[in-house]
Design a protein around this ligand. Structure first.
Ligand code: PMP
Length: 352
């Protein structure tokens, strides 16, 4: 007999990292920033007039877009914003990936891409990374319905040189190429300078990592005005007023303090360098990271077991048990003290 269930859009959802609500843990599982947001953020929250909440926010998220325009030196018409870069990416998939041809993304990458493709019924092909975890750029230069690549990639942390990104853009004038720069502020070279040259480029960013605002859910994207206009049209056919007034004020305040931003990113890079060299000494191997995490494995250690043992000790990291990622753990770079506690645990662990 027919059932209403026959018509359900059933999907296998993305599994976000755990957000344990207990104190005294070391949380290195979702690439959050260990440092607080810029001081201006708390000031903006304290100064926010609750009376403003009576009204809808501006549908074009004017306050936030203006602040982004000023901070990045790009016209407002080049900017789109969303509720985290997840929202920006979802809207971009819906807007730009509307072909019978498969979209392409790496086989080891952000595990939300195939979820959106399934949800929106977009055909897709996973392009295998090479043995050293690097992106096989030639494989992105064949016919497709669109391209999405994180740079640096997640969970590997590996950066693709800008020249390789440009090769992909030049080979794909008939597709939109999305470069997901969620982690670019931790030492990578952004594709933003290519915007003036390639009208098929969309660069997606987030304030969740480098600006310590995962809790505020602010994502944004840069592209040529026509591309951006299409995004707003889809956004406004789905849900307008998505960026609430408080969040816009928070985002603008974070953008205003570039000194703090630069400082925080530099601190994380410094900790990453030190942590990476100590991990190497312990026998861990990993691709060179340009992100705020490293993706480490050890020849004598079962990753699933280490993941469970770390968790039992109150240290949360991320484990992707399927396929090629099953031997590695993705470890977010926290404070120096947090990384020292993790290193102490690992030294002890490897002795047993
Ligand atoms: N892209 C990549 C590659 C990510 O790792 C993440 C974090 N989960 C996101 C996008 C989404 O981040 P957010 O929605 O917090 O901006």
């Amino acid at each position: 007999m027919a059932s209403w269930k026959d018509n359900v859009r059933a999907v296998e959802p993305y599994t976000p990292g755990e957000q344990p609500q207990v104190k005294d843990i070391i949380k290195l599982n979702t690439n959050e920033n260990p440092y607080p947001p810029a001081r201006g953020v708390a000031e903006a929250l304290a100064a926010f007039d609750a009376g403003r909440l009576r009204k809808y926010p501006t549908p074009d998220a004017r306050e936030l877009v203006e602040a982004l325009s000023k901070a990045y030196g790009l016209p407002k018409e080049d900017i789109f914003v969303g509720v985290g870069s997840d929202d920006v990416l979802a809207m971009s998939f819906l807007t730009f990936f509307n072909s019978e041809k498969p979209i392409l993304f790496p086989d080891v990458t952000y595990s939300f891409y195939d979820v959106w493709a399934d949800l929106f019924k977009i055909p897709y092909k996973r392009v295998p990374l090479q043995d050293d975890w690097s992106v096989d750029t030639d494989a992105f230069c064949r016919e497709n319905g669109g391209v999405v690549i994180p740079n640096p990639n997640a969970p590997t942390g590996l950066l693709l040189p800008l020249s390789e990104i440009e090769k992909i853009l030049a080979a794909n004038p008939a597709s939109v190429v999305i470069i997901d720069e969620a982690y670019i502020d931790f030492g990578g070279e952004s594709a933003l300078p290519l915007l003036s040259k390639y009208e098929n480029l969309l660069v997606v960013r987030t304030m969740s990592k480098s600006r310590s605002l995962a809790g505020s859910r602010i994502g944004f994207a840069f592209g040529n005005p026509e591309l951006i206009r299409y995004l707003w049209d889809v956004r406004n056919s789905f849900n307008s007023y998505t960026m609430d007034s408080v969040t816009q004020a928070v985002g603008a305040a974070a953008l205003a303090d570039s000194a703090y931003f630069n400082d925080t990113c530099a601190k994380i890079i410094k900790t990453r360098t030190r942590f990476a060299s100590e991990m190497k000494e312990l026998g861990f191997t990993f691709p060179e990271s340009s992100a705020n995490f490293i993706f480490a494995s050890h020849p004598d250690v079962d990753a699933a077991q280490l993941f469970a043992d770390l968790k039992a000790a109150g240290i949360f990291v991320r484990y992707f048990p399927k396929g090629r990622t099953r031997d590695s753990l993705r470890i977010t770079i926290g404070t120096d003290e947090e990384m020292d506690r993790l290193l102490a645990f690992l030294k002890d662990y490897l002795k047993k």
